[in-house]
Design a protein around this ligand. Structure first.
Ligand code: 6PG
Length: 260
């Protein structure tokens, strides 16, 4: 699955995964200016929370020129921002609020919209406007964070749910969740310069192995299709999430030793 410019980095635990994510954030903004911001797409779920808390606290907080960031979301649940399930809501509570006036420009998906198909189209138009990239071009995010579900889903691209590749953002019905989700699609994700998967926990080990080291004849996962044309993919895994990976794959990026 891992194509050119892809690597796997195994670290000790979830906190170390969060530290790696925060370092990727810091590296992205290096040398940027408000007129040429680093555009980041943030994944949903619970995994990003410790990274957000690290970014909002010293010393990391002061290492970042927040005015040179623009934050977007890879996907959103069908809920308003104040609900616990909201991906934007987590970001707002754990990073934007603590940063106060330093908070970066952030563009959320309107999960509370009654028409999520329209919300998806509006989000795609917003991304195109902010990046000044219009059809047939595809905007390229500088940095995309993705998570991985136990079933191998990423963003809200779930197994068995076909997603058209002529859209950048779409609303999809997810039968197993009995809810509609708004998600970035593979053409947009795969246009990114750098994609960082942050994955921790034993419950993800099988999905990690199925994605990074599929056995012959095994069905691929949606995350397997994340392979940027010109960018790089970095899988940051804690030891539990990497526990079913063959050593040859787990060692491709080398465990981070001693990074503080
Ligand atoms: C979402 C996601 C989803 C998430 C994975 C991992 O909105 O749920 O974007 O792809 O990243 O399900 O979720 P956890 O981090 O909670 O394990």
């Amino acid at each position: 699955m891992t194509g050119t410019g892809s690597s796997v980095r195994v670290v000790e635990d979830a906190e170390a995964v969060a530290r790696e994510g925060a370092e990727a954030f810091v590296a992205c903004v290096g040398g940027r200016r408000p007129e040429n911001p680093c555009r980041v797409a943030l994944s949903g779920g619970k995994t990003p929370e410790p990274m957000y808390r690290l970014l909002a606290s010293e010393p990391t907080r002061s290492r970042i020129d927040w005015i040179s960031f623009e934050c977007f979301f890879t996907d959103e649940r069908p809920v308003p921002p104040e609900e616990a399930q909201s991906n934007y809501g987590l970001f707002h509570r754990t990073l934007l609020e603590p940063l106060g006036i330093m908070a970066p420009r952030t563009y959320r998906i309107r999960g509370e919209a009654s028409d999520l198909d329209l919300a998806a189209r509006r989000y795609e138009a917003l991304i195109r406007n902010r990046t000044s990239v219009f059809p047939p071009g595809v905007p390229s995010f500088d940095l995309v964070f993705l998570g991985l579900g136990p079933d191998g889903h990423t963003a809200s691209l779930f197994p068995g749910i076909p997603v058209p590749d002529d859209r950048l953002v779409i609303a999809v019905w997810v039968e197993k969740l009995q809810q509609k989700r708004v998600t970035m699609t593979l053409p947009l994700l795969n246009a990114a310069s750098r994609i960082v998967f942050l994955v921790s926990g034993k419950e993800k080990a099988k999905a990690v192995r199925r994605t990074l080291a599929p056995e012959r004849g095994e069905e691929s996962t949606p995350a397997s299709s994340v392979s940027p044309r010109r960018g790089e993919v970095i899988w940051v895994l804690d030891r539990e999430a990497a526990s079913e990976l063959p050593a040859a794959v787990a060692g491709t990026g080398g465990p981070e030793r001693g990074r503080r």
